[in-house]
Design a binder for this molecule. Structure first.
Ligand code: GLA
Length: 389
């Protein structure tokens, strides 16, 4: 057991979740393959450690005491699956909901928190994603999420508590107090740059607009605002959306995927990969294992990056780091352009004569007295690490 709640998620959790690639069709074999692939692709080595089974792992009925039972698609049960994941040096996560049912209509955990938390601990669960679907039986969100937080705190096992309340009741104000280590701040992210208003989910840019507006005071070591799982390597072109109607998702371009990953790292977001890892492209694998970006995400200060300038098609965002800052230059337009700023206008410690600058995509390095300018392709994001002296 860790010494304190915060130690369990001192930096944003990194891992993989079954939902974006497998939806409700997930099987034990898919989880085995994902755990193996995390090792084989080098993603585990890069820091991705949680393997989380999302909705639909449970049978349609509980046992007579109300315990959750695995579905026939998990024939060896959840303790054996946890062992499989642990044997590969990874950690195991499961999903349930703070209501009568999960979002896909399976039995869930409201009113049975202690029973289910004990089951999870006995099975060897290290991470719980707790969704917001089903009948709430008149109980408010804080009460429902505190009940599971208390139940997890009472078991003799470290379990990261991932609150999935979609930001409806501002969980950044209470997520930490109910034992949460991360809390979804927004609706579901789909593999689109922007979603149409009348369709399900949000696009990357929609989520960024919301993240720029929410309170980041509680975000930091031990508790993180969560802008949802990554849509890198998902979408129809990758063959990974066979369970979603095609009009809900389209693949992101390489520039959009770079922007997606750069901004999630700048936000110090939990990074839960959503792709089928058995068919991950070289581009996506290199993106997800970019050590300069991961270092920005995992910086020990745990600061959430914020926008400094939104000026037509050019946006500049920055994030304070333990030894300086990260600055992102995002081109929202349709033409390549230069975007510039100065260290005095972003969240980088001032007062130095010189700064070292490192381009996180190319690893090119140079020095500046303070001016920063990057040429950026349409929809793309340049991101640099700036260190005084
Ligand atoms: C909700 C959550 C998603 C996913 C699905 C599963 O929509 O926000 O992340 O867990 O439920 O049904």
């Amino acid at each position: 057991m860790t010494d304190s709640h915060d130690d369990l998620a001192a930096t944003p959790p990194l891992g993989w979740n079954s939902w974006n690639a497998f939806s409700c069709e997930v099987t034990e074999a898919d989880i085995h393959a994902a755990a193996d692939a995390l090792v084989d692709t080098g993603l585990r080595e890069a820091g991705y450690e949680y393997v989380v089974v999302d909705d639909c792992w449970m049978a349609g009925e509980t046992d007579s005491e109300g315990r959750l039972l695995p579905s026939a698609d998990f024939p060896n049960g959840m303790a054996a699956l946890a062992d499989y994941v642990h044997e590969r040096g990874l950690k195991f996560g499961l999903y349930t909901s703070a209501g009568s049912h999960t979002c896909q209509g399976y039995p869930a955990s409201l009113g049975r928190e202690e029973l289910h938390a004990k089951q999870f601990a006995d099975w060897g669960v290290d991470y719980l994603k707790y969704d917001n679907c089903g009948d709430h039986r008149g109980r408010d969100a804080i009460d429902r999420y505190a009940a599971m937080g208390d139940a997890l705190a009472a078991v003799n096992r470290d379990i990261v508590y991932s609150i999935c309340e979609w930001g409806e009741h501002e969980p950044w104000r209470w997520g930490r107090n109910v034992g949460g280590h991360l809390w979804r701040a927004t609706d579901d992210l789909v593999a689109k740059w922007r979603a149409d208003r009348d369709e399900f989910g949000l696009g990357i840019a929609d989520v960024l607009d919301r993240m720029a507006a929410i309170d980041a005071a509680a975000h930091g070591p031990g508790g993180w605002n969560d802008p949802d799982m990554l849509q890198i390597g998902t979408g129809p072109e990758s063959g990974q959306s066979q369970h979603e109607p095609v009009d809900v998702q389209r693949p992101l371009t390489e520039a959009e995927r770079r922007s997606h990953f750069a901004f999630w790292c700048l936000l110090a977001a939990p990074l839960m990969i959503g792709a089928d890892l058995t068919s991950l492209s070289d581009f996506d694998r290199e993106l997800l294992t970019n050590e300069r970006l991961l270092a920005i995400d995992q910086d020990p200060l745990g600061v959430q990056g914020t926008p400094d300038r939104c000026d037509g098609d050019a946006e500049v965002w920055s994030k304070r780091l333990a030894d300086g800052g990260a600055v992102a230059f995002h081109n929202l337009g349709d033409a390549k352009r230069e975007i510039s700023t100065h260290v005095s206008a972003v969240d980088v410690p001032g007062g130095a004569d010189h700064y070292r600058v490192c381009d996180c995509w190319t690893s090119n390095e140079w020095e500046t007295g303070g001016s920063l300018a990057m040429t950026v392709e349409p929809r793309d994001t340049a991101i640099v690490r700036v260190t005084p002296g």
